[in-house]
Design a protein around this ligand. Sequence first.
Ligand code: ADP
Length: 255
Amino acid sequence: MTEAARTDARPAPTAAATPAVRLTAVTKEFGALRAVDGAELTIGAGEFFSLLGPSGSGKTTLLRLIAGFERPTSGRIELAGSDVTALPPSRRDVHTVFQDYALFPHMTVEQNVAYALTVAGVRKSERLARARAALRTVRLDDHGARRPDRLSGGQRQRVALARALIDDPGLLLLDEPLGALDLQLRQEMQRELQRIQRATGVTFLLVTHDQEEALTLSDRLAVLDRGRIVQTGSPLEIYDRPATAFVAGFIGTTN
Ligand code: ADP
């Protein structure tokens, strides 16, 4: 186990609790290509869970299926106990943070963070109070009046996180959120992600091709190989007992 690997994982949620995500036999085909092949996955409420695999293994497609940007060719997707397989993204209690942040350049940080509340018609005083609380959570309290282009990459990523957390989603999807950052900032933001997940208790589902990142941050993770989930477990289980030669090889790789 690497030194950085997570050793203080909280106990897994009890079997009785409704899982945040449950996938049953989920397959997604693009023409002749099976990008996701028979995925079975249960993610507990409040877990920090990662999808780990090399480029092209189907991580982003799986994330997009959960968000509702793609419909599965077959299979069932449940969020917090409800079947959402046929529902559009807007009717799923999920937010996504992308690598490119996707902040609105003409709005202040505070307006960016409050955006979902503005759309939902929440009145201004409450919007401001909640945006400020979300900015406190990501430790950007005094940056609310700035425009995104006045911020560093790490700060922009934290604004994107605050914006995604503002309406207390059941599930936060993170698609390689730290991929564009340099190594030092990446490590700093990994600690931030972990701290924010613990502080909010929101279920985090992180897509990454970086095994160190997945092992360090996750309560549990799933390893993907050519569209198939080949192993699911805690970082320690996967590190100590890789289920296939592919997992052993991939976990042993350094980026
Ligand atoms: P990862 O996120 O692990 O890099 P992806 O989920 O992006 O993998 O892609 C899995 C496979 O599905 C790749 O071969 C990719 O080219 C293919 N794919 C993804 N999206 C589409 C699409 N919209 N149309 C056709 N092929 C796609």
